[in-house]
Design a protein around this ligand. Structure first.
Ligand code: TYM
Length: 342
């Protein structure tokens, strides 16, 4: 931990967009790591970022369903809404309020350099929403509204957390304060970038049109096993050591998934499965994935039968969250010179 960070009590924040299905990449790269943090007895806040989701069009009924389903996914994966604070972003208005201030700190050039902006807006930047461009400033606000010191994420979010640090540092500098922490991205484990099961050069993603490219957390045992058995691979057996996977993206991806599900390192995984044919390895991986994932999907379905209970959990989470964010926003408003109502 840097000196800066250590001035602040450790506090973990992370978020996931409720757009489309929660998939294996989200689970191994994010949610599973969140559970580890929660179990380390640190204050943890996890968020369904519905305001981020609408930076691209979302059908309203689907967004509401996905938000509750994501909450169910968090809980079914082991997030305990008593030990962690579980929230929907739009329930905690300080996120968007702080985002406005940070919009005025962040520079256009910084936002334009964001890989995700370039990928998502592509050649159609003129038609992209203003929200999509400003997205990383809202993300910075999510984190900084809690003075969060650690943000567990998959590899694809690293640049956004680095930007969060830049925005925090510029705010501190411009106003001559030492108010926001330097947040650390935490990118850990064997599966920080899970790739598509159909194409090892592409990230597993909610937006891939091919459902066979990803394992959804709501897939049943049959679907999980089938997708793994049909995952694209090359014809050679697995190499004996990890180095032999360097130019074999699909094989490497399956080994990383195996390691992350088994909670071992990729090296340890190779000691177990190195040299195996895919005809041997894939069924073993399929059994492991079904064993670890199918109960989560079943529990999500059970929780989704009682949406009122999910809503009550989120309402309680928002109340606890606002006890943290309201005083921080108040101080930000004071720092920037807004006259406060008496
Ligand atoms: P999102 O919703 O795209 O993804 C949620 C989390 O899952 C991780 N992830 C992956 N990890 C490994 N392999 C993959 N294929 C994979 N796909 C996704 C992501 O890295 C992320 O950790 N902008 C964020 C949401 C966000 C946020 C925040 C995160 C909003 N505010 C504040 C942290 C802190 C996003 O779109 O993630």
């Amino acid at each position: 931990m840097s000196d800066q960070t250590s001035r602040f009590a450790p506090r973990v924040f992370s978020g996931i967009q409720p757009s489309g299905n929660l998939h294996l990449g989200n689970y191994l790269g994010a949610v599973k790591r969140f559970v580890d943090w929660q179990d380390r007895d640190v204050e943890t806040i996890f968020c369904m970022v519905d305001q981020h989701a609408i930076t691209v069009w979302q059908d309203p009924a689907d967004l509401a369903r996905s938000t509750r389903e994501l909450a169910a996914g968090f809980i079914a994966s082991g997030i305990d809404p008593e030990r962690s604070i579980l929230i929907a972003q739009s329930h905690v208005p300080e996120h968007a309020q702080l985002a406005w201030v940070l919009n005025c700190v962040a520079r256009m050039g910084w936002m334009r350099r964001m890989t995700q902006w370039k990928e998502k807006a592509g050649k159609h930047a003129e038609e992209a929403s203003l929200g999509l461009f400003a997205y990383p400033a809202l993300m910075a606000a999510d984190v900084l509204a809690y003075h969060a010191t650690h943000v567990p994420v998959g590899e694809d979010q690293k640049q956004h957390i680095e930007l969060t640090r830049d925005i925090a540092a510029k705010f501190n500098h411009d106003y001559g304060v030492d108010f926001f922490p330097e947040t650390e991205p935490v990118i850990e484990g064997a599966a920080t970038r899970v790739m598509s099961l159909r194409d090892g050069s592409r990230k597993m993603s909610k937006s891939d049109p091919s459902d066979a490219s990803r394992i959804n957390m709501t897939d049943d045992a049959d679907a999980i096993a089938k997708k793994i058995r049909r995952a694209r691979t090359d014809p050679d057996p697995l190499p004996e050591t990890i180095e032999g996977l360097s130019d074999r993206a699909e094989a490497r991806n399956l080994v990383n998934i195996y390691a992350a599900l088994r909670e071992i390192t990729a090296d340890e995984a190779m000691a177990e499965v190195g040299g195996q044919q895919f005809s041997q390895f894939k069924p073993m991986l399929a059994d492991l994935a079904v064993d670890r994932l199918a109960p989560i999907g079943a529990e999500m379905a059970r929780l989704m039968d009682d949406p009122a209970q999910i809503d009550a959990i989120l309402a309680r989470g928002a109340e606890r969250a606002r006890a943290i964010t309201a005083p921080i926003l108040d101080e930000v408003y004071r720092i920037v010179g807004f006259v406060r109502p008496r």
